[in-house]
Design a protein around this ligand. Structure first.
Ligand SMILES: *[C@@H]1O[C@H](CO)[C@@H](O)[C@H](O)[C@H]1NC(C)=O
Ligand SMILES: *[C@@H]1O[C@H](CO)[C@@H](O)[C@H](O)[C@H]1NC(C)=O
Ligand SMILES: *[C@@H]1O[C@H](CO)[C@@H](O)[C@H](O)[C@H]1NC(C)=O
Length: 394
């Protein structure tokens, strides 16, 4: 099934670059109606666009998210942090150093700080020391040197609300997958009026835009969302505020939880899965903990996926990347072999990928919905039937 050819929204990009007042780019409430939108697909594992299509365009920018939507993302994924003045923003690192041009802004040179982040002293320009207006004066760069650099300096940081607007204004139903990122650090450094916490602001923002309902409920299907966090206490706390589905992220085996200081082994144990399933619909583990890797080769898969499924928990591992730098040698430099392994052999329920277009193509070619008469597999089937008739006639 052919996707429309992606036309680069050049006029819009200029608008995004220039219009940086902190005001949403799209009018509120979302101008697009829900009624005639193509619904979220639920018959195959979810394509989760990790930080947008950041394999192509600098991460967590409007352009990266719009690209992901055009490439077929089921969900666009974002890390939510805060500015100094309490505005929630889409940004991955707690510091601006690696993915913005902050170093070029000499008037910010005195903002460099050292804070303890998850037990480690980190030095840099922290988002929590910049107002939204100041953050909007920066430009985002591509994280990896081996990816396309031509969009460096073109796009600004966007707010959580602007991110939501992009999803709601898509011409089909596109879910969002925002993370309550570094809640311990954010709550230490940012104070909101009335004693509200980061988690309160996060849920309040989702409610403001109409996100509500449990997994697969009628409301949820109109505005799908998974709330993700590495911090179990944040997920337990917000379960009192919303029944929206939540995902517990699980870090590498060496990293304890940032809030409860629990080990990987503890939070992946059966008793813990019994506990956390009261609060979350799934887990998001680092893929190399599900299938361990030695010398860049996959080892025997663990039983984590089977045990999570036995607890009625979905599994959405991260992060799938096309480049050889990230592909284990078993996949002989072919990202489709990796997708096939995880979707059809390990059997997970969603993948976080930097290359949504590649995962979408793979799924379109291998898992068409049965009733999709125009689908590629049906077409191939019809051709095969025609040929077999011809062959039997001669
Ligand atoms: C971080 O730096 C401060 C000040 O130098 C020091 O007291 C503290 O022990 C350091 N923390 C870690 C985790 O290294
Ligand atoms: C949730 O609300 C109940 C009832 O108000 C309260 O007892 C409980 O402590 C709350 N849980 C959390 C994690 O805030
Ligand atoms: C976290 O747990 C580890 C292992 O149990 C312990 O050594 C460490 O002191 C704990 N850290 C904190 C900050 O409590």
């Amino acid at each position: 099934m052919a996707l429309p050819q992606w036309v680069f929204p050049f006029g819009l990009l200029i608008f995004l670059t220039v219009g940086c007042s902190g005001r949403p780019f799209y009018p509120l409430p979302s101008k697009a109606g829900h009624e005639n939108k193509q619904p979220l697909q639920t018959f195959r594992p979810y394509n989760i666009a990790h930080r947008g299509s950041n394999g192509e365009i600098p991460e967590e920018t409007a352009a990266a998210y719009m690209r992901a939507i055009e490439e077929g993302a089921d969900f666009i994924e974002s890390d939510i942090l805060s500015s100094k003045d309490g505005v929630l923003i889409c940004f991955h690192d707690v510091t601006l150093d690696d993915t913005t041009d902050v170093a070029k802004h000499k008037h910010f040179a005195n903002r460099k700080r050292t804070y303890e982040v998850q037990g480690v002293n980190v030095t840099g320009f922290f988002t929590v020391d910049f107002t939204l207006k100041e953050l909007k004066s920066l430009r985002v760069n591509q994280r990896y040197p081996f990816r396309d650099q031509q969009y460096n300096g073109k796009f600004s940081i966007i707010t959580f609300e602007e991110f939501i607007d992009i999803a709601l204004d898509a011409s089909r139903v596109v879910g969002i997958y925002p993370e309550i990122k570094n809640p311990v650090l954010i709550n230490q450094h940012v104070k909101w009026p009335g004693g509200q916490k980061f988690e309160d602001k996060f849920v309040e923002t989702l409610k403001k835009y109409g996100y509500q309902g449990s997994y697969l409920s009628k409301h949820w299907m109109k505005q799908p969302v998974f709330i993700q966090s590495f911090a179990p206490t944040s997920l337990v706390y917000i379960s009192n505020l919303t029944d929206l589905p939540k995902i517990l992220l699980i870090d590498d085996v060496t990293v304890p939880t940032q809030d409860t200081n629990q080990s990987f082994w503890e939070i992946t144990s059966d008793p813990y899965l019994d506990f956390i399933k009261n609060y979350v619909v799934g887990i998001g583990p680092w893929k190399d903990t599900v299938v361990p890797v030695i010398n860049n080769y996959l080892q025997e898969p663990t039983d984590l996926v089977a045990r999570a499924h036995a607890h009625n928990l979905q599994v959405h591992p991260y992060t799938y990347r096309n480049e050889n730098q990230f592909l284990h040698l078993n996949f002989h430099e072919d990202p489709y072999v990796e997708f096939n392994y995880w979707l059809n052999h390990i059997g997970v329920d969603g993948l976080f990928t930097d290359f949504t277009g590649s995962l979408h193509n793979f799924q379109e070619w291998t898992s068409m919905e049965d009733n999709n008469k125009k689908g590629a597999s049906n077409l191939l089937h019809e051709i095969a039937l025609m040929i077999s008739k011809y062959n039997s006639n001669v």
